[in-house]
Design a protein around this ligand. Structure first.
Ligand SMILES: CC(C)(COP(=O)(O)OP(=O)(O)OC[C@H]1O[C@@H](n2cnc3c(N)ncnc32)[C@H](O)[C@@H]1OP(=O)(O)O)[C@@H](O)C(=O)NCCC(=O)NCCS
Length: 192
């Protein structure tokens, strides 16, 4: 058995020992980035896509800590870009699992900047992401349930169910729109 196979076998064995439920505190994650010119647009502000990349990463950290499986991002919704982030700022991202469903879970991410000179903090973005737990073959697997403890955790737990229902409604709406007969405005520019 190679080292990689041995590690994989050990991971599979660990998966069996996963608990049925975890607390929010067990998934809480944080990362800090120094924003450099390479991350910015021509005005010296952090690119939106780069911010989404950081959000995806810190979201995945919480999902890993909750599920202890492989995870993939299934959806990223409701991102509010509230204020620009400038080169030289510290970007602080915090994430935790809001609710676990069967094979998916919702993670909430909140982002602040810290001005390195003034030490002032600003809330710059928030986002919700859905991760799906998968095994090594890519098949979805069940995740431990989440046990909310504080009032804020209960509020986010309830909100996550409403957002899941909204996502499902939106997904149905998009499916119906795709199936609808082509009408005015459905032709792509450049096609006749
Ligand atoms: C996400 C993925 C594994 C789902 O596979 P699938 O065969 O559709 O899975 P299922 O229909 O069995 O659904 C499994 C779970 O995923 C959820 N899910 C699937 N697609 C979803 C979507 N677009 N948004 C939110 N949740 C989704 C389902 O609601 C279900 O959750 P539940 O068990 O908690 O109710 C698959 O679509 C995939 O691999 N997508 C690509 C992911 C990816 O590459 N991400 C970017 C890089 S990480």
């Amino acid at each position: 058995m190679t080292q990689t196979e041995a590690t994989a076998a050990q991971n599979e064995a660990t998966e069996v020992a996963r608990p049925v439920s975890r607390t929010v505190a067990e998934s809480q994650s944080e990362m800090t980035e120094l924003i450099l010119p390479n991350d910015a647009n021509t005005l010296g502000n952090l690119l939106g896509g780069r911010l989404m990349h950081f959000i995806d990463l810190v979201g995945a950290m919480a999902a890993y800590r909750h599920s202890r499986t492989h995870v993939v991002t299934a959806a990223m919704d409701h991102i509010d870009f509230i204020q620009p982030v400038h080169v030289g700022d510290l970007l602080i991202l915090k994430s935790c699992v809001n609710r676990a469903f069967s094979k998916s879970l919702e993670v909430g991410v909140k982002v602040w900047t810290e001005n390195t000179q003034a030490g002032v903090y600003r809330h710059v973005a928030s986002a919700y992401l859905v991760f799906v737990a998968i095994d090594r073959q890519g098949n979805p697997v069940t995740v431990p349930q989440l046990t909310p403890e504080t009032a804020d955790e209960h509020r986010r737990y309830e909100g996550a169910l409403r957002r899941r229902q909204n996502r499902e409604l939106e997904s149905e709406r998009r499916k119906r729109a795709k199936q609808a007969p082509a009408g005015v405005g459905s032709v792509r520019p450049g096609k006749s």
